[in-house]
Write a protein that binds this ligand. Structure first.
Ligand SMILES: Cc1cc2nc3c(=O)[nH]c(=O)nc-3n(C[C@H](O)[C@H](O)[C@H](O)COP(=O)(O)O)c2cc1C
Length: 257
């Protein structure tokens, strides 16, 4: 498949065969991944490969009990990492200017670009992935389990393995709803309705097809997809709590000076 075909074939995989991923294949995928662009070519990221079942069992909790963490043969965690670079600066008697929010963002962007490169490389080789939002949401627990030193923060992660399911492609908002030419063109309500028209039907049907989510939607008296997002899935309370937790962890990890 061409790169563009691989991209168009992407779907998140949440069920995996138990088959292990050969070391050579993993190295090939990771080597392709680290070719991603990087701010100043500093490569301010680290990738943690977790294969051991025992450690995955511990991470399972931190990843909100998502079964795929146990099922997939391995887990990749992409971390914003200025720890290594700071050590190099120190032994080179160079000043250290990266223990701040800008440093975190530079490193987080590097880590995220690498992760998506790795994801595409993996998919091009017949493997499947599914990102885990819990990597950032529970970055403190993940960081503890992976023994991350100061100045390292997990930002994204995904399960990786041979797919044991073939889900349908999920819809995307139409291109014209996402792209602005020359300057940002703000939306009229009618345009917003048109952009979300198909999503409102497909997204609603999808959530209602999961018995547990369906019950939550009914219990909350929710009657449209927009409300599913902010009344059921991503509430003000949880997003507020998570924001504080992540900011505290950034302080602890010496990124907020
Ligand atoms: C940062 C990020 C976090 C995600 N976290 C989760 C997750 O915790 N669990 C999950 O099942 N899917 C997760 N996903 C996958 C999305 O649900 C999925 O990409 C989206 O629904 C589109 O579906 P597709 O990837 O199959 O096209 C995550 C995706 C991203 C980019």
């Amino acid at each position: 498949m061409s790169v563009i075909e691989t991209i168009h074939q992407h779907r998140s995989i949440r069920k995996y065969k138990p088959d292990p991923i050969p070391d050579e294949l993993l190295d090939e995928i990771l080597s392709a991944g680290i070719r991603a662009s990087s701010s100043g070519n500093m490569q301010a990221f680290s990738i943690v490969v977790t294969r051991k079942r025992k450690l995955r069992e511990q991470l399972y909790k931190a990843h909100n009990d998502q079964e795929m963490v146990l099922e997939a043969p391995l887990l990749l965690t992409f971390c914003a990492d200025f720890h290594r670079m700071r050590q190099w600066l120190s032994i080179s008697q160079a000043p250290d200017n990266f223990d701040n929010f800008m440093g975190f963002m530079v490193a987080a962007i590097d880590a995220i670009l690498v992760s998506q490169n790795v994801a595409l490389a993996a998919e091009s080789q017949g493997l499947g992935i599914c990102y885990l939002g819990s990597t950032l949401a529970n970055c403190d627990q993940v960081g503890l389990l992976l023994k991350l030193p100061v100045n390292v923060v997990p930002v994204v992660g995904f399960t990786l393995g041979y797919p044991d399911e073939n889900p349908a492609l999920r819809d995307r908002l139409p291109l014209e709803g996402l792209v602005h030419h020359e300057t940002y063109q703000d939306y009229r309500d009618e345009q917003i309705k048109e952009i979300y028209r198909e999503r409102e039907i497909k997204g609603w049907d999808r959530y209602m097809s999961y018995p547990r989510v369906r019950q939550m939607i009914i219990d909350a008296g929710v009657d449209n997809l927009a409300k599913v997002y902010t009344v059921v899935k991503y509430t003000r309370e949880t997003h507020g709590e998570l924001s504080h937790k992540i900011l505290n962890y950034l302080h602890e990890q010496d990124f907020m000076n």
